[in-house]
Design a protein. Structure first.
Ligand code: AMP
Length: 281
């Protein structure tokens, strides 16, 4: 019989539980309000490790002042029930004060790749992400950490941080989990009203269109961006932040596509800002 799942709120308690865990330890950082996308990472961690740690922390430093930190969906009780079913060993749920005590002022910053795409629309977002993820890695000391391809730029930034700062763990990136109609699962999908939800499938349709054009031999990135943009604009509630076809290492926009290329987009529907991507191989 596996031990019951344990919950740590204090960093000291998390560290104490960590010392008792069997190696290797898989770690899944989340902001909670869990869906099947998150749970796919937990399952993968469970399959590849003797122990599994999941964190739930809505990280204030990765939200801009006009963003949805205050209204971000939260349901810890439901999350804990889901994690228990996945045989999670430890759930780390720190408070904001525990992670950011008064006068906190140390930051982890990755340059260049954080300035494009999400970074261009959300200044200081990635500084918040890399700082909290570095802190979580120091506290949990995982063997492997699991991230979703859904947040492609985040995965690229974290891999770079881990490599360049010599963090002693392996980063595993897992495929995007989608709703039956293709919409990528996201905690923010709960913001969509029924009409917005119907129209939001256009993100996936635009990515499919890019894949189709690529498969038919189109190599001109501007033409593919144009066709994707035109398709999205047919949905009256869609407001495009960006449509990008970029080098997956530097995130520089491509003129002529040579694989692999990252096709990514950010589109707002009402107060939901949705992102998605595919890689052209
Ligand atoms: P979040 O709670 O949004 O910070 O996400 C926590 C982790 O789950 C991140 O590594 C995300 O990339 C990943 N994730 C979120 N949505 C999905 C999805 N639909 N498929 C796969 N992974 C996901």
């Amino acid at each position: 019989m596996p031990l019951a799942m344990r919950v740590a709120e204090a960093i000291a308690e998390m560290r104490r539980l960590r010392r008792e865990l069997a190696e290797p330890v898989g770690f899944v950082p989340t902001m909670g309000y869990l869906h099947d996308g998150h749970l796919s990472l937990v399952k993968r961690a469970r399959a590849e490790n003797a122990s599994v740690v999941v964190s739930i922390f809505v990280n204030p430093t990765q939200f801009g002042p006009q963003e949805d930190y205050a209204t971000y969906p939260r349901d810890t009780r439901r999350d804990l029930a889901l994690l228990e079913k996945e045989d999670t060993d430890v759930v780390f749920i720190p408070s904001v004060d525990e992670m950011y005590p008064p006068r906190f002022n140390s930051w982890v910053e990755v340059g260049q790749v954080t300035e494009r795409l999400e970074g261009a629309c959300r200044p200081s977002h990635f500084r918040g992400v890399t700082t909290v993820v570095a802190k979580l890695f120091h506290i949990v000391q995982p063997t492997k950490a699991y991230f979703g391809q859904k947040d492609a730029q985040q995965a690229i930034v974290i891999r770079k941080m881990v490599a360049e700062l010599n963090m002693n763990l392996e980063v595993v990136v897992c495929p995007t989990v989608r709703e039956p109609d293709g919409l990528a699962m996201s905690s923010r999908n709960t913001y969509l009203n029924p009409e917005e939800r119907r129209q939001a499938v256009v993100l996936y349709q635009a990515l499919k269109l890019a894949q189709d054009l690529w498969a038919q031999g189109e190599r001109n990135a501007a033409r593919i961006r144009q066709e994707m943009t035109a398709l999205i604009r047919k949905q009256p509630l869609a407001h495009i932040d960006y449509v990008s076809i970029a080098d997956p290492e530097t995130l520089e926009e491509l003129d002529t596509i040579k694989p692999p290329a990252l096709v990514s987009l950010a589109v707002k529907f009402g107060r939901a800002r949705l992102i998605d991507n595919v890689v052209l191989e």
